[in-house]
Design a protein. Structure first.
Length: 66
């Protein structure tokens, strides 16, 4: 909403692009999840057996992996 208000009130659309670009550049990215080799192999094994586990199955997988 704030961005829309500023865009409507701005005389120069290029200014809005610059503001948006600064905002995008300052966003932090989440770190990629890293898994131990044994955990990765176990997860691959589980998902080969059941590619779309339900909530209960995911809970069991989580409990098994600790």
């Amino acid at each position: 909403q704030r961005w829309l208000n500023e865009a409507e009130n701005s005389e120069n659309p290029q200014d809005m692009y610059k503001i948006e670009r600064v905002f995008v550049d300052t966003r932090k990215r989440k770190r990629r999840t890293s898994l131990e080799g044994t955990v990765r192999c176990a997860l691959e094994s589980y998902f080969m057996k059941c590619p779309k586990p339900n909530t209960l199955e995911i809970t069991h997988i989580s409990d098994d992996l600790g």
